[in-house]
Design a protein around this ligand. Sequence first.
Ligand code: BGC
Length: 755
Amino acid sequence: MTRKLTIPFAASAIACGVALILAACGNGSSISAPPLPTDPDARADARAAALVAQLTTAEKIQLVHGVGIPNAGLGGPYPAGVNGAGYIPGVARLGIPGLAMADSAGGVNVVNSNATALPAPVALAASWDPTLANEYGARIATELRVLGYGEGLGGGVNLAREPRNGRTFEYMGEDPVLTGTLSAARTIGTQAQNVIATIKHYAMNDQETNRMTSNSVVDERTMRETELLAFELGVTQGTPGNVMCSYNFVNGVYACENPYLLTTVLKNEWGFKGVVQSDWTATHSTVASALAGLDEEEPGDIGGGPSIPGLTLTSYFNTALTSAVNAGSVPMARLNDMVQRKLRTMIRYGVFDSPPTPGGTVDQTAGNALALQVAQQSSVLLKNAVASGDSQPVLPLNAAGLSSIVVIGAHADVGVLSGGGSGAVPAAAGNAVSGCVSPSPLLSTCATWYKSAPLTAIRAKAPNASVTFVDGTNATAAAAAAAKADVAIVFATQWESEGSDLPSLSLPSNTTDSNNQSYDQNALISAVAAQAKRVIVVLENGSPVLMPWLGNVHGVLEAWYPGVQGGQAIADLLFGDVNPSGKLPITFPMRDADLPQPSISATDTTVTYGEGLFMGYRWYDGKQIAPLFPFGYGLSYTSYSYSGLNAQMDASGNVTVTFTVKNTGSRAGAEIAEVYAALPSGLGEPPKRLVGWQKVALQAGQSQQVSVSIAPKLLSTWDATNHVWKLNGGVYQMIAGASSRDPNALTASVTLTGH
Ligand code: BGC
């Protein structure tokens, strides 16, 4: 029976103006529910709760699992035009729309959609630019929505604990603060366009080898100070609607049925109000998962869809969950909570009231413009030396002074490389070139190039020079061509994909990646370097690359997987129309043997995080191993100086670090000024950690004061006894510089009181 409230006329009128779930509005005196709150979070909660109260158990169950994989033709039925990774049907009688979701690491992964392939997320991270990350998230969301998807499955934030991880290109490097900050900015951009953002894969899913069976063994303090900190910042600052739990076990418990990760930390401590969604087939139980905090099973129940030989997909959240709820082993309150989370997320992020419909057209002009901008801002100039007999560094190239350029290798005559797996972005119509040398039966094991040929863009920059192309398959021929040219530009690639790890960080060869590579890239570069007057290497890759030839080349430009405008961006950077400003979000080691995990075992499924807190640059710093290029490193065509460092605690308990950056060269540029903290000794911490940065655009000769405010958490350690962040009293060194190993970095100390 509905209890009627009698309220005065004025309040009733207001209630009728704002509430969607009121009964009896207009009768002047009575309603069946209080007015909805105006705060958007509280309002979404209230609207969702009202819907949950009206759903049958069967309808609730329908909302907590998917119905297969549209793009694989598994399960269904799906609405016409839905072709992504998953779909949850709605409940029409209550106006609850269906929700289509698609992968979206660096663009929408839906074939024939003409979605924009932006540079890979690792490239975005190299921009260190939260504003760009926001635009990246917004662009992808705009395209998701136009194509009919209300949820994007991009947003990988796993840290590069193991840089040979085949998904390194989908993530944002090795630092939790850089990754978490950019993740939050991306999420905010996505959700502002009324698309639910996902961050994934929660957690400690840091390699692909045995990804579905491996057990990440890692102590609590290490987790909290490394990868979980990236998630913490991403969740608390970005408030994504969706967190995808991962395939692996964490300390012996599947991530998707891990109460510590899903409930203790994510929901209770971080206050996550959205949906915990399993990675595709990462649900392994009904009761344990539901009670641990899993809210949605994907791909869910494929029902009567076509079967794939050898693949059985068990659904745990359809009939099995119904039985568990009926039996009381999963309380109805827990099922209600799952549905509440789903509906409040759909309401809060705009896909409930304005559900996207398939069939729209992607604005490729807008997409290409952002793709170009991100590629220009994310490439990293790693080396720029003066060739013998010259007075200037080899870059930027001066078209007027060059009569011959030879471009060598890596299909630079047709396009730029992209990464594989669910993080791939299918090329727009007519824009793909397969790099397969020996096509494997599974298309996903083949590299794809987008038709954005560096050769074409280089020719356009140097119209009066003879610009030739040599494919690189014959190192002797390439070296001979290089010997005759003013400058040789060698392109080199490293293809990686979800589902497997790289055997080495060495550039792949015809031996180590025979599917995609028909020659030995290191041998090619060395042969060319031995003959060329000037030689520049351009890298297209997702993970760090070893460079045994580094001492023999003059320039190295790291372009990552540069997206659909990559060829143009590379030429803009090589010729100085754009001044490089990216910096490495990941350490480039000298050799594989310098990595914390010497090799990735194919057979031992226990992945022990034995390096503890010493992950990424913290490992090289702590072990005093010289990297090839340190975290945070990147050159420019101008130069910068840092001065006047000051660090002090402000009234709110933040430490504010100020200093001045000056452009001391002759070109405009943008400098990423980095701030690290060395914690008091005796805490077992690595020598330093990134705590903030600012990217400053400076004209030649211009100075700007930089001010970086550092929250106490970023200076804290995790107290694994009391399970809290702890700010330790003592002297902190605040270090401001151009990289994590800047010999000219400034240091100031600040004494903090512990709490
Ligand atoms: C991947 C996820 C992806 C999902 C749906 C899984 O294999 O790990 O990142 O979102 O597939 O395509």
